[in-house]
Design a protein around this ligand. Structure first.
Ligand SMILES: [Zn+2]
Ligand SMILES: [Zn+2]
Length: 396
């Protein structure tokens, strides 16, 4: 299928207004991870109206739509994440989030609208459609809590999915551009707590106490050396403490101090080494200060997104034919994480990027309360998604 023969391009144009309206509706009604009830209702309603078989309540608020084409072909899934973030939106948009403390600041409103539009386009021409398309709407990507229970609920088993694709919108790229990387594309993520226990007392008599804050400070500074001295320079890894808690007053030495942070890496080996070393490093540094430290992992690890060579080359070819070489950008692997990784551990596929950077101003980072999306990127996502789905369903 070449650039000139993808037969469904008119369908994308026809749905341009509906695509933007859908995205704005999700944006205006942003919901936090595992609370996406309205979002799930809208998704289910649209998929039912398009004639898909719809299952709801998977992993609490997840939705799956199955579309059987009338021609023989393969079974291929498309995954979109649907949750917002705990932020109070700053930009005064006409479709600003009406839910205080919830905002689509990562682009998942766009992912959801693109996936619904893809389902509607394919459903409208079911008679020509080869194979079976499975649309997976996953809750709780932002807390890494939605992919695993959806997979456990069998969304890749019935019908038996052969490959899975999806996209993340990004302000790293201008609107209209796309990118895909074989191998590690997004980092793994682990969250940890370091609890340092000492003995409280008066700030004027530290020699009568064991100060957990001093011990925690040395752990914080020293742990960066685990990356710089123990991991090879060509293997990227990041350790960040994002929260420190300890004490109540200027002159009281507290009993405990807690630091919370995250580890990012691309190789499981590097991730395992840092997790293991952080535990013994923290406990020994604390011991040197007569305190005790315990490191505990919080929640599940989100592994790195690793795109297989063959499926990434396939999406690259689709992009080349559909959008042209000038729209395909080269991007380095990103230290951000995404639990699409779990789907890609279960099935071959590719998770690619589609640009949504503003045209005339600097982009605000994802997860910022002033984040904004350039909606010109949305139909580009639909176009590359459609090409990817149509060709893989047909086994091309
Ligand atoms: Zn995010
Ligand atoms: Zn995201």
């Amino acid at each position: 299928m070449s650039k000139t023969t993808l037969p469904w391009r008119d369908e994308i144009k026809k749905r341009g207004a509906s695509l933007v309206a859908l995205r704005r509706d999700f944006h205006q009604h942003a919901e936090l991870s595992m609370q996406e009830t309205r979002t799930a209702e809208v998704i289910a309603e649209r998929l039912r109206a398009a004639g898909l078989e719809v299952r709801t309540g998977i992993a609490k608020t997840g939705v799956v739509g199955v579309l059987h084409g009338e021609q023989p072909g393969h079974t291929v899934a498309w995954r979109a994440d649907i949750d917002g973030l705990p932020l109070d939106e700053i930009p005064e948009l006409p479709f600003k989030s009406v839910n205080a403390g919830a905002m689509h600041a990562c682009g998942h409103d766009g992912h959801t609208a693109i996936a619904i539009t893809l389902a509607e386009i394919l459903a409208a021409r079911r008679a020509e459609l080869p194979g079976t398309a499975v649309f997976i709407f996953q809750p709780a990507e932002e807390t890494f809590g939605g992919a695993q229970p959806m997979i456990a609920a069998g969304v890749l088993e019935d019908p038996l999915v052969e490959k899975i694709f999806g996209l993340h919108l990004t302000t790293m790229l201008p609107a209209g551009a796309v990118a895909m990387r074989p191998g590690p594309a997004m980092a793994s993520s682990d969250f940890f707590d370091i609890t340092v226990k000492g003995t409280g007392g008066h700030g004027a008599y530290p020699h009568l106490s064991v100060d957990p804050i001093t011990a925690a400070s040395h752990i914080l500074i020293g742990m960066q050396d685990l990356v710089s001295r123990e991991i090879a320079a060509q293997e990227p890894a990041v350790m960040t403490i994002g929260e420190i808690r300890g004490g109540t007053k200027h002159n009281i030495i507290p009993e405990t101090a807690v630091m919370r942070g995250s580890i990012r890496a691309f190789e499981a080996r590097v991730r395992d080494q840092l997790v293991e070393r952080l535990g013994s490093f923290a406990s020994r540094i604390a011991q040197a200060y007569r305190a005790e430290a315990r490191v505990s992992l919080v929640g599940d690890c989100c592994p790195a997104v690793v795109n297989p060579e063959a499926e990434t080359a396939f999406v690259h070819q689709c992009a080349l034919d559909e959008l042209g070489a000038e729209q395909i950008h080269d991007v380095p692997p990103v230290m951000g994480s995404d639990d699409m990784s779990l789907f890609l551990q279960a099935r071959p596929g590719c998770y690619f990027w589609v640009g949504i950077a503003p045209d005339n101003k600097d982009a605000m980072p994802h997860h910022h309360a002033a984040f904004e999306m350039n909606e010109r990127g949305l139909p580009v996502g639909v176009q590359l998604g459609l090409a990817t789905l149509l060709r893989s369903l047909a086994g091309q």
